[in-house]
Design a protein around this ligand. Structure first.
Ligand SMILES: [Zn+2]
Ligand SMILES: [Zn+2]
Ligand SMILES: [Zn+2]
Length: 319
């Protein structure tokens, strides 16, 4: 992370805002204010019988008996999102939907699986590795901290995970900083309930708790503990979108947030996602994303042009 402000005193790490200092974690952890059903689901999800993982020894995509592949295919069939394959961008048919990924969570192999590390169904295991080689975080006067790519990627490429503490809505309302940095991961979700209705052999108590849990709201708060993805700025014309990915099971604790490129990214591009209409309306005031700056610029130009026309008309009338 580098700070490059006009005022070099403020550049010193000692003088960075408290929001820039956090502990790095590579997975989400339980936090405060979660609904009882979410807590209970997480607890039951830890029981071995409720794990979804495989004991494959080769590549899972060719093993029809693989539990993870079965789950990935069930989600693909139920929700329509093509399963993620390691090293390949996700292919998205053209659609009019507002978001490409939100309604289509995926399932992938995880740390509990015994398949090869380079299993093609395990595309996000190393997503955040070699962070300094892949990403740059730079603080500027105008936009604060920004996250930049140091690589090229095509649309559909998984870019980074977003980690933090899972918290309930109460925690979000308590603290303005928490609100600004957190990202909602469960929002009274239909896709999850659709998947659950297809899981025939699931333990009944577990399924009941999960159904309730997915009716609640859960946020990922990266403020105290998280990863570099928290530095991602908002844009009204972003180049990434949130995909929710299950790993190891279908409890809220097995859910990971992964940013996927929604357009081609070039080395040097700032990485952004849309924080949502609420956020922009309520908290951004003047949005600093390139699209809004451009629009303000053209609006300003338009006003200047109109003023010029009016002035010259007035002049002509005087003559
Ligand atoms: Zn696998
Ligand atoms: Zn497998
Ligand atoms: Zn697996």
């Amino acid at each position: 992370m580098t700070s490059s402000l006009g005022d070099s005193l403020r550049d010193r790490r000692l003088n960075w805002p408290s929001t820039a200092i956090f502990k790095t974690i590579s997975n989400n952890i339980d936090g405060e204010g979660l609904a009882q059903s979410v807590k209970q689901s997480i607890k039951l999800g830890l029981e071995q019988k409720n794990h979804i993982c495989c004991s494959c020894t080769g590549d899972c995509s060719t093993n029809e008996k693989c539990e993870c592949l079965k789950m990935a295919q069930l989600m693909e069939k139920t929700l329509g999102g093509e399963k993620i394959v390691r090293g390949q961008p996700i292919h998205n048919p053209p659609s009019d939907e507002k978001t490409i990924y939100w309604e289509k969570p995926r399932f992938v192999c995880g740390p509990r699986c015994s398949c090869r590390k380079d299993c093609s169904l395990n595309p996000i295991q190393s997503i955040d590795k070699n962070q300094p080689e892949k990403f740059e975080i730079l603080r500027t006067d105008q936009k604060g901290f920004c996250l930049y790519a140091k690589f090229d990627a095509v649309a559909g490429t998984p870019i980074a995970s977003f980690n933090g503490e899972m918290v309930g809505p109460r925690e979000i309302k308590k603290d303005m900083n928490v609100y600004q940095y957190s990202l909602q991961v469960i929002a009274n979700d239909d896709p999850f309930r659709k998947i659950l209705s297809k899981c025939k052999s699931m333990d009944h108590e577990y399924k009941d708790q999960l159904k309730k849990a997915y009716r609640s709201s859960v946020y990922i708060n990266p403020l105290k503990m998280g990863n570099f993805a928290r530095m991602t700025n908002h844009s009204c014309d972003p180049n990434m979108e949130v995909l929710r990915v299950f790993q190891g099971g279908v409890s809220p604790a097995d859910l990971r947030v992964v940013f996927i490129a929604t357009k081609a990214i070039k080395a040097g591009d700032e990485l952004t996602f849309n924080y949502g209409d609420d956020y922009v309306g309520q908290y951004l005031g003047t949005c600093l994303c390139d699209k809004c700056k451009e629009e303000r610029g053209s609006r300003k130009r338009k006003i200047e042009d109109t003023t010029r026309v009016l002035r010259s008309q007035a002049k002509r009338q005087c003559n």
